[in-house]
Design a protein around this ligand. Structure first.
Ligand code: ATP
Ligand code: MG
Length: 574
């Protein structure tokens, strides 16, 4: 897989190239569609939506909004055996959450089963469709190959009347599944395999989630999709590149029907992301085989997983805009998605102090029982966010990583004899290290300088090289923190010697820390709330939280991995 960088440099706000936007602008200028823009997002309800779908959603709804048009949410529910209401509910929720509105245009392909069936009869009457008795295997065999033409089915020249009767009998459920299909009569030698008499209808006895047992025949995607677009008055039918070879068929079907509206199909490249699988079948496998906790596991690339992880709709929309829309396939760095997220969280998140891996610090010369409150900035990026009070007392927790007994050269934080600044509070100096019988450090004994109250520089002008965060022990709120890494260890998870992508699952993709200490302002944090734990990462309150039990997901670290990648690459995308 070729690795491609997003179209724009992240520091510029210029819009990324989007050839569909240009096409629609031209269509508006030439009045091709009478000033109308009607798009649709047509998910098959057989799984949860993922970040790739988000690209399509942002494009379809985004273009409609930009040009004063409308975008329909249409469930492509033509396959009764695989679709479930759970998926429909999740898709509706996810598209809404992303910030889009279909107004009254919530549609189902199954709404048009009657009309689609009538159109099929019209094609039979015109001698352009026939019932074939060949089995699926035989049809495949007769189809030929890319280098060899196909052969005509022996049933291809059935009389119209016979075809009408057989199709009616198929529709009444008189034949078992797999015994007959309705096919378009196009050209078995056509260089485009899709045009070699494609199947339009198959017999299926499965009940449908909306039409129940009414139908015994179900239309194939290629046949149904254009009709759905046509009925809904879609102008721009936007789909991914794999449908490019289907476009002649899309056009052929609609050209055979008298007096129908004919939309324009345009294909764009799907989104691929490093360290991510995007196939619904593979995501389903991850869920079913319990490699993740569910569709909304925060490591999943699903919209529901990203939401639970702490992503915002704004960040996802900005990402979709900045990767642009082109025809050439590429893979976007996961670090770029995280970059867009970080940018958004930076603006909106309150800063708080939390210690993930605590070590106790006793400040020996601080009066026992005394509590002071310091003003802490809620968001240095946003003055209107104000300040809050953080309590300070004799015993505090600091991050274990912020202390080293034998510091290497460039380590400026706490170590024996060394002074550091406690954010918002005082300078402290480490006087002694207390260990248990096994030699593990259990406590640090420190002193503070009262002249440095609130971080003030003392009269002698001393200024420690490091500032660290802390939490007052007696005021701390306990919490669990779930620390996530990529779900796969490989940039391209599909690259596995065994051929099995599951071999690339990252065994360290989730680490749970159970005894974090948080500043007391977080005691009543609500599910979904997002914070920056100072110096650590962005975190959000997980759905598993309950009164008295706080669970935080690490959303994204503060380190900008994208900056490093950007520096090492020259050009842009495409
Ligand atoms: P499948 O057809 O294998 O079930 P799909 O990912 O194509 O999976 P659909 O429900 O058909 O799923 O997708 C709905 C729409 O989202 C389609 O128009 C499709 O082209 C688009 N889409 C799906 N995956 C991506 C992606 N990775 N990038 C951009 N658009 C995508
Ligand atoms: Mg699809």
């Amino acid at each position: 897989m070729e690795s491609t960088k997003p179209d724009t440099k992240p520091e510029t706000s210029a819009p990324a190239p989007n050839f569909i936007r240009e096409m629609i602008k031209d269509d508006m200028a030439t009045d091709k569609w009478g000033g109308k823009v009607v798009t649709r997002f047509p998910p098959e309800p057989n799984g949860y939506l993922h970040i790739g779908h988000a690209k399509s959603i942002c494009l379809n709804f985004g273009m409609a909004a930009e040009f004063g048009g409308e975008c329909h949410l249409r469930f492509d529910d033509t396959n009764p055996s695989k679709e479930e209401d759970e998926y429909i509910k999740s898709i509706i929720r996810d598209v809404r959450w992303l910030g889009f509105d279909w107004g009254k245009h919530l549609c189902y392909a199954s709404d048009y089963f009657g009309k689609t069936h009538e159109f099929a009869i019209e094609l039979i009457r015109a001698g352009k469709a026939y019932v074939d008795d060949l089995s699926a295997d035989e049809i495949r065999e007769y189809r030929g190959t890319l280098t060899e033409p196909g052969r005509n089915s022996p049933h291809r020249n059935r009389a119209v009347e016979e075809n009408l009767e057989l199709f009616a009998a198929m529709t009444r459920g008189e034949f078992p599944e797999g015994t007959r299909v309705l096919r378009a009569k196009i050209d078995m030698a056509h260089p485009n395999m899709n045009m070699r008499d494609p199947v339009m209808y198959r017999i299926m006895n499965a009940p449908h989630h909306r039409t129940g047992a009414t139908w015994k025949v179900y239309p194939m995607y290629d046949w149904a999709h254009g009709i759905e677009d046509s009925i809904e008055g879609v102008t721009h039918s936007l789909c991914t590149m794999e449908f490019e070879d289907h476009r002649p068929l899309y056009d052929w079907f609609l050209a055979q029907l008298s007096g129908v509206h004919r939309p324009q199909q345009t294909e764009f490249a799907r989104l691929n992301l490093t360290y991510t699988v995007m196939s619904k079948r593979k995501l389903l496998q991850l869920v079913r085989e319990k490699h993740v906790s569910g569709w909304d596991d925060p490591r999943m690339p699903t919209i529901s997983g990203l939401r639970r992880r702490g992503y915002t709709p704004e960040a996802i929309r900005a990402f979709a805009e900045r990767i642009g829309v082109a025809k050439r396939e590429g893979t976007v760095d996961f670090a770029f998605l995280e970059y867009c997220l970080r940018e958004d969280l930076n603006k909106r998140c309150m800063r708080v102090m939390a210690v993930l891996n605590p070590i106790k610090v006793v400040i020996e010369n601080y009066p026992d029982g005394q509590v002071e409150e310091f003003d802490a900035l809620n968001n240095p990026e946003d003055e209107s966010a104000g300040t809050r009070k953080v309590p300070f007392s004799q015993v505090i927790y600091i991050e274990r990583d912020d202390f080293m007994e034998e510091p290497p050269k460039k380590f400026y934080r706490l170590s024996p004899g060394r002074e550091v600044r406690l954010r918002y509070a005082y300078y402290i100096t480490c006087k002694d290290v207390v260990k248990d019988n096994d030699g593990n450090i259990v406590e640090l004994r420190c002193t503070y300088d009262p002249q440095t109250r609130g971080g003030a520089t003392p009269p002698d002008g001393r200024s420690p090289k490091a500032t660290i965060h802390w939490v007052s022990a007696q005021h701390a709120t306990g919490a669990e923190a779930r620390i996530y890494d990529t779900l796969f260890t490989k940039e391209n998870p599909m690259e596995a010697e065994s051929g099995n992508f599951l071999d690339n699952i990252n065994p360290e993709s989730l680490k749970v820390i159970t005894d974090c200490k948080l500043e007391p302002s977080l005691a009543n944090a609500k599910i979904g709330e997002k914070y920056q734990f100072e110096r650590l990462a962005y975190f959000c309150v997980d759905d598993d939280s309950a009164p008295g039990k706080l669970v935080f997901n690490r959303t994204v670290t503060l380190k900008d991995a994208w900056a490093r990648i950007r520096k090492n690459t020259t050009g842009g995308l495409n």
